[in-house]
Design a protein around this ligand. Structure first.
Ligand code: CDP
Ligand code: CDP
Length: 231
């Protein structure tokens, strides 16, 4: 059966990674969380003191990008690949609200994007990949056979992310999570390099009122139709 590339873009906390993991598992494809890579670079910058007291030393980060080696390793128990920075598993550390509050600034830096996009394209070169992010259908895989663009109201998304952080045991305030979601939407949509945009040939899904199962079935149906159409 022909393998395709599935690009899932959209705003923060719309359920992109959840559906991407489910689809990859169902089809036996590789799932790549491109956001985790931007989070890993942000974590690196924080670790090295390049982001401190709200000051972000962009030049220093650019000059040290050659020290950033990001990899993914499949975790059988979790059913997806966890992200590693220079050999260290940082899957948990990159999901904090602190990393979320700086990641969109880091993602505006063209040198960072260039390095990560190159790696993402390599990971998807043999197709059979589901990748989620902000620029997958527009920049990373403009020829992807299936492009999905996910949306939902900011309040619904913030509530979902808030619940997720609470479940992890993080002490967060809903208003802070909502503010972060709105700020990232703004920076991601307005940056010069690869802004968050719906590709012309992407199919938009508003999942404000869809359950995880409903959104999975919708995307799976689109994937099956696309694969069928290639035969
Ligand atoms: O999971 P969530 O939607 O909150 O974010 P993420 O997918 O982990 O991405 C974190 C941040 O990385 C986004 O807010 C963007 O600033 C950036 N990003 C990007 O610029 N391009 C991508 N392909 C993926 C993420
Ligand atoms: O990857 P992205 O940031 O777009 O979102 P996610 O991490 O897949 O989903 C964020 C949270 O929203 C997760 O806890 C999902 O279980 C939840 N969610 C939901 O409850 N209903 C949906 N239709 C989509 C996501």
């Amino acid at each position: 059966m022909s393998k395709i590339t599935i690009a899932i873009d959209g705003f923060s906390s719309t359920g992109k990674s959840t559906v991407a993991k489910q689809i990859a598992k169902y089809l036996g494809y590789v799932y790549v969380d491109s956001g985790a890579m931007y989070r890993a670079v942000t974590f690196f910058a924080m670790q090295k003191g390049l982001i401190d007291n709200n000051h972000f030393n962009v030049e220093a980060l650019i000059s040290r990008l050659n020290e950033v080696e990001i990899s993914f390793k499949f975790n059988e128990a979790l059913g997806f690949a966890e992200v590693y920075l220079n050999g260290e598993n940082i899957e948990k550390q990159i999901r904090t609200l602190e990393v979320s509050s700086f990641v969109s600034q880091v993602a505006t830096v063209s040198e960072v994007r260039k390095q990560l996009v190159r790696q993402q394209q390599k990971m998807g070169q043999d197709k059979g990949v589901v990748m989620d992010g902000r620029d997958i259908g527009t920049v990373v895989f403009p020829d992807a056979e299936l492009k999905i663009f996910m949306t939902a109201s900011a309040e619904r998304r913030a509530k979902r992310r808030f619940n997720e952080l609470l479940e992890r045991g993080d002490a967060v305030i809903y208003d802070d999570v909502l503010k972060n979601v709105q700020e990232r939407d703004h920076i991601d949509s307005n940056r010069k390099d690869s802004p968050l945009l719906k590709a012309e040939d992407a199919i938009e899904i508003d999942n404000s009122n869809l359950s995880l199962q409903e959104q999975f079935e919708k995307v799976l149906q689109l994937a099956k139709i696309t694969i069928e159409g290639l035969k």
